[in-house]
Design a protein around this ligand. Structure first.
Ligand code: ZN
Length: 278
């Protein structure tokens, strides 16, 4: 948390505010944000950069500058970005950075747990950086069930664990993996390589549908996530399984159960997501 739908929501809201604007003044208040680089040095590098585009890759927000450099922002567990007209930022003990733009407005970065990262990359560093860490984008047309089948075929780990691996596909996290598996009627503990072709086809559809549902509702606000205008997501009201222990499955009425996969709390319906064939 935040996952692909939350980061995409941030991107959509932030892009009009940032695109074409210059970073006039940058203050980075937390050395953990830019580790191992000095926050003062990174802030100095960022000042004067003009934003060409705001993109997303997996759970990374990518601020592309006209210079060819990019700022990669990863919100991790509790990071969020707020866009505010100049001079209207309220005091916040969890604020870790502020960018003043050349129209006088501010973009403030807040992070309670401080796991988020800001990384400034050179023009030739971006593709290798992502290439080593991220699989394909699940909402791309190129992400097909055949592509997913290739990624699952040699993995004996539970399918949910493989979905959480960002090299399988980029942007899935604990919430949307559970939601996608429910949609596909696949038990999260099934070995990835044992899924049948029709199950992989259903899983491909389930992944896309779960992520699109999240984007349509501006993501899910469980604790700290908020949109750049301070709003909340609405997806948390529409989860099919995530966090719904003992509530009836929307599809078959069986109470939802909780288990653990790869150390993460995992919710599923024992009625329509079977571990063993009937
Ligand atoms: Zn069910």
């Amino acid at each position: 948390m935040p996952e692909l739908p939350e980061v995409e929501t941030v991107r959509t809201r932030l892009a009009p505010a940032l695109t074409g604007r210059r970073f006039e003044r940058v203050e980075i208040l937390d050395p953990r944000l830019t580790r191992p680089f000095e926050p003062v040095a990174v802030a100095a590098e960022l000042e004067g950069e003009r934003v060409a585009a705001v993109e997303r890759r997996g759970k990374y927000l990518v601020v592309r500058f006209e210079s060819g450099r990019s700022l990669l922002i990863h919100l991790r567990m509790t990071g969020s970005l707020l866009h505010a007209p100049g001079g209207t930022l309220a005091d916040d003990p969890y604020r870790r950075a502020v960018v003043k733009l050349d129209d006088g407005s501010d973009v403030a970065y807040r992070d309670v747990r401080r796991f988020g990262t800001w990384l400034l990359t050179g023009p030739d560093q971006l593709e290798p950086y992502f290439g080593a860490r991220l699989g394909g984008e699940p909402l791309d047309r190129a992400f097909t069930s055949r592509r997913l089948a290739e990624r699952l075929s040699n993995r004996r780990a539970p399918v949910k664990a493989v979905l959480l691996d960002q090299r399988t596909l980029a942007g899935m996290g604990n919430i949307y993996a559970d939601e996608a598996l429910w949609r596909a009627r696949v038990h999260p503990l099934r070995a990835a390589r044992d899924l049948a072709p029709d199950e992989i086809a259903q899983l491909t559809k389930g992944i896309k549908a779960a992520l699109r549902a999240g984007i349509a509702r501006q993501g899910a606000t469980l604790r700290d996530y908020s949109t750049p205008d301070g709003g909340r997501g609405r997806m948390q009201h529409e989860f099919k399984v995530y966090g719904r222990s003992d509530e009836p499955c929307d599809r078959c009425g069986t109470p939802i159960e909780k288990t653990r996969v790869a150390g993460r709390g995992t919710w599923y319906c024992p009625g329509c997501q079977r571990l063993e064939p009937l």
